[in-house]
Design a protein around this ligand. Sequence first.
Ligand SMILES: CSCC[C@H](NC(C)=O)C(=O)O
Ligand SMILES: [Zn+2]
Ligand SMILES: [Zn+2]
Length: 386
Amino acid sequence: MGGQQEEEPSVRLFREYLRIQTVHPQPDYGKVHPGRTVVIISWEGTDPKLKSILLNSHTDVVPVFEEHWKHDPFAAVKDEQGNIYGRGTQDMKCVTIQYIEAIRRLKSEGKRFPRTIHLLFVPDEEIGGVNGMAKFVHCEEFQAMRVGFGLDEGLANPTDAFTVFYGERSVWWVTVHCPGCPGHGSRFIENTAAEKLRKVLNSFLGFREKEKKRLDLSQCLTLGDVTTINLTLLQGGVAYNVVPEEMMASFDIRIPPTVDLKAFEEQIKTWCQDAGDGVVYEFHQKGMDQSVTSIDKSDPWWNAFSSTCQKLDMTLQCEIFPAATDSRYIRAMGFPAIGFSPMNRTPILLHDHNEFLNENVFLAGITIYTGLLSALASLPPMQADA
Ligand SMILES: CSCC[C@H](NC(C)=O)C(=O)O
Ligand SMILES: [Zn+2]
Ligand SMILES: [Zn+2]
């Protein structure tokens, strides 16, 4: 609990890490790992020929609106209930320290496992990972790790259960260009950009409405199972009384792995064609990999993961991650990866004001990783090792 008692050293380390300002747009990565952007720490297994366990975490955090926080977001204040406040408490500095502390505990108990465990610390996940994980998976250092199975971040769960992510939706960022006839703002100009834009908006947002209804009316679907479309940028126009020659709308689209991406792009093409002459779309982000990780009991990695959770009396909810994490790059390279942040009984506060994690939930997570790592790193040779 907060205050009086001697603080657990792992909680102290977590709070110390939270105080390092790895916040965008200018993250202080130098204080995390001086002179390095990506860091690998490896605990070699007794049989290093076997494929390894990759524990990935990003070191950056998203910006804050400080005026909305009840405590300094970089002071790691712990209140009377043991809630630790700070940017990154959930996303994902908790997980980084839990990995480290689980390994420290296993080592201090004299444990050694057949499979190597790699801790990987990467930058820039919060800005898409272009100069982080996206690049790193193509480096020889990544190849040399000989990954068998990866763990990366997930989300908190407000109930007793823990959420586990076995895949992610594809991210498509699309800008639609609507050209039109210009002219004086006092006239009925024919074939304007705005009229085309209206059709585009109706098509895209009409589909959004249908998907929202599908989710709202379903008992079993989660956000990761439906397509979301949000209008996020509008551009165009030069003056109140000038009908512009172009207007543009940009959309953030997230598509579940079960959707046929080719067919979906055809749909976008049709919406644009139906909006009028010259309406075209361009991609700023077009995720095409739809790999998902097996959550079948016959899969040895999943079996080790889920059996450990069962032994620890944990209830799991398996879902598709609604947004994007670095695990998409791991899966795209053909490796199984699970998104998991052991935070039950915790509101989902990533990227939000007053992000916090209770120290007891944090400490329980270390025990969970201790069990998971023991099971995963002890898995006997399997087909994937060939
Ligand atoms: C596509 S790169 C941006 C990544 C970001 N991830 C999260 C977890 O917010 C997102 O899904 O928007
Ligand atoms: Zn994150
Ligand atoms: Zn994030």
